[in-house]
Design a protein around this ligand. Structure first.
Ligand SMILES: [Zn+2]
Length: 249
């Protein structure tokens, strides 16, 4: 066997409140958390599978003392800690440079304080990103971004989301570019380097979607499929992995 890794695996640690906030559910402001349940369960599964992965953490969660022990346990088990923004708002593409700098720096400081690890990778909430975001990351010494989501199905995911969420007109306006448009599907599946306007380079590690079809198969999508049929979901996942192997993704 060669030493070349077959894949990179990551998990966005989206807390209970962030789902509630995105869906416009009341009570998210109290930041209800399930990290004390999630972190031990995730660590147990990963240790059984002998996997070390990247956890992308949210700054607001890292800020809270009562989350420190569960979050620190992820780093202590040898996993990489990444930055998943401070406020987990899936419309980073609407942020100005100043807002992005503040968002990333605040999250980074809280995450380092909570876990003892300085994040060097970033994933935008809801796969949101902008060229300015990439420049801010490069200027702060980040090694990679992992926010792009090469799928043609973004508009479909957005339609489903609007259909299931309870949102005011102003909230809908903010979310109107959520999950990107179909042209995201033309972006590469394999890692590559951005050449930024600032002259910097930044590694991009895209969210893996199914080769050729560019259909998503990240965890939230698999959970969505399994609501209809677990068998269908497993068959879909196996097809996706087989296509990745066949195309070297
Ligand atoms: Zn997230």
């Amino acid at each position: 066997m060669s030493g070349r890794p077959l894949a990179s695996v990551s998990l966005d640690v989206d807390n209970l409140w962030s789902y509630m906030k995105t869906h416009g559910d009341a009570g998210w402001e109290a930041r209800p958390s399930y990290l004390d349940v999630f972190c031990p369960a995730a660590l147990e599964s990963l240790s059984r599978l002998n996997l070390r992965i990247t956890f992308f953490l949210v700054g607001v969660d890292a800020e809270r003392e009562d989350n420190h022990a569960p979050l620190r346990s992820l780093a202590a088990a040898g996993h990489e800690i990444g930055n998943h923004s401070h406020e987990h708002e899936p419309w980073l593409h609407l942020y100005t440079r100043e807002q992005l700098e503040h968002e990333i720096a605040t999250a980074e400081a809280s995450i380092e304080r909570a876990t003892g690890q300085l994040p060097r990778g970033f994933r935008g909430p809801g796969f949101s990103w902008s060229p300015t975001l990439l420049e801010v990351l490069a200027a702060r010494g980040y090694l990679y971004d992992a926010s792009t989501f090469p799928t043609y199905l973004g508009p479909l995911a957005r339609a489903y989301y609007f259909w299931t969420a309870k949102l005011s007109r102003a909230e809908r306006e903010k979310r109107k570019a959520l999950f990107g448009d179909f042209r995201e599907g033309f972006r590469p599946l394999k890692p590559y380097h951005w050449r930024l306007g600032s002259g910097d380079r930044l590694l991009e590690i895209p969210v893996t979607t199914m080769p050729v079809l560019k259909a998503p198969f990240h965890l939230s999508y698999l959970l969505f499929l399994s609501r209809y049929s677990e068998g269908l979901m497993m068959a879909y996942l196996r097809t996706a992995i087989a296509l990745c192997r066949a195309t070297g993704v």
